[in-house]
Design a protein around this ligand. Structure first.
Ligand code: AMP
Ligand code: TRP
Length: 336
């Protein structure tokens, strides 16, 4: 039996932050050798909220370069840009026509984002999870590594598989493959530095709420110095009254690579004045090699383009084959 297949992606909106890295990309990197991997830059998703056409292309390259900088290994992984493979949009249309609209209206992320958009909510924002389902299903992905916030979208994807197979498949020979989410418990939800009850997010208006992978050591140190804490001495995990404390200790644990018991023990008697410089130093140490590699990749645009070209060449035939299978099952005539 061949290796199981992984598909995941990140939107090219703004800079990647520690939530994206610890919740998603780090897991892709750690597990990649067990799987056959497809990692896309989901630029079609990025236009579901108002976007800047002057930076969309360069933002997509930045994300692809960050994938490489974080350690994606091209021996087992493919990196490509979603919009370069038109099957993503086409399968979305086919899936749209079997998706009950109320499934989409109830999605947590849609409701949150729609609220932020006010009057200006595009149809694409409502349809976002169907496009994500198309991404996953085109590649017959077995597993989808994401942060906790994407769980509901993967559940919708699974519901669509059942629905399409029921309506158009035969039970012996399903049209679409059922994917499973792959969500780590540690780091699945990294919280904001300014409010330990809100997730760290690209869309938070305050830069102080997140650490970006490309922040300079000075900026990282300043953000940690100013981050929200509490007046209690002694640091602990899992106290619901101390969300900031749990989040900062989790960051320290994940960035240092130490286990939870070791960190709990090491920090049990620390005050914030001692802990913050330690966390800052650990974060800088963890991010410096990523930044160095990122610069190398960005300095060699030809190389990056060759990576994206090869990624697309490997991904496209798989996507086209699935699209043809779905169209056939749905009864379309074949192109002449
Ligand atoms: P996005 O920035 O929305 O494109 O998210 C890309 C990936 O990062 C997805 O797998 C998300 O689940 C994950 N992610 C985003 N924010 C966080 C966070 N604060 N904590 C953990 N994972 C996150
Ligand atoms: N919606 C995901 C996010 O914001 C990004 C995404 C798009 C994705 N398509 C995907 C993740 C397919 C996994 C698989 O995080």
């Amino acid at each position: 039996m061949g290796k199981q297949r992984i598909l995941s992606g990140v939107q090219p909106t703004g800079n990647l932050h520690l939530g994206n890295y610890l919740g998603a990309i780090r897991n892709w990197v750690e597990n990649q050798h067990q799987y056959e991997n497809y990692f896309c830059v989901v630029d079609l998703h990025a236009i579901t909220v108002p976007h800047n056409p002057a930076t969309l292309a360069s933002d997509s390259y930045t994300i692809a370069a960050l994938y490489l900088a974080c350690g994606i290994d091209l021996d087992c992984s493919n990196i490509f840009i979603q919009s370069h493979i038109s099957a993503h949009s086409e399968l979305t249309w086919l899936l749209n026509c079997i998706t009950p609209i109320n499934w989409l209206q109830g999605m947590i992320q849609f409701k949150e984002k729609a609220l932020k958009q006010g009057e200006n909510v595009g149809t694409g924002l409502l349809d976002y999870p169907v496009l994500m389902a198309a991404d996953i299903l085109l590649y017959d992905a077995d597993k989808v590594p994401v942060g906790e916030d994407q769980k509901q979208h993967i559940e919708l994807t699974r519901d669509l598989v059942i629905r399409l197979n029921d309506q158009f498949g035969d039970p012996e020979n399903p049209v679409l493959k059922m994917p499973d989410p792959l969500i780590r418990t540690d780091g699945a939800r990294i919280m904001s530095l300014t409010d330990g009850t809100k997730k760290m997010s690209k869309s938070d208006p305050s830069e102080m709420s997140r650490i970006n992978l490309l922040d300079s050591p000075d900026v990282i140190t300043k953000k940690i110095k100013k981050c929200k804490t509490d007046p209690v001495r002694g640091l602990e995990f899992d106290n619901p009254d101390r969300p900031e404390c749990n989040n900062l200790l989790t960051l320290y644990m994940l960035l240092s690579g130490k286990d939870k018991a070791t960190v709990a023990d090491e920090c049990a008697d620390m005050g914030w004045g001692q802990f913050k410089p330690l966390l800052a130093e650990t974060a800088v140490e963890a991010l410096t090699p990523i930044q160095t590699k990122y610069k190398e990749v960005m300095d060699d645009k030809e190389y990056l383009e060759s990576v994206l070209r090869r990624g697309r060449e490997n991904a496209e035939p798989i996507a086209q084959a699935t699209l043809a299978r779905v169209k056939d099952a749905m009864g379309f005539s074949k192109p002449l």
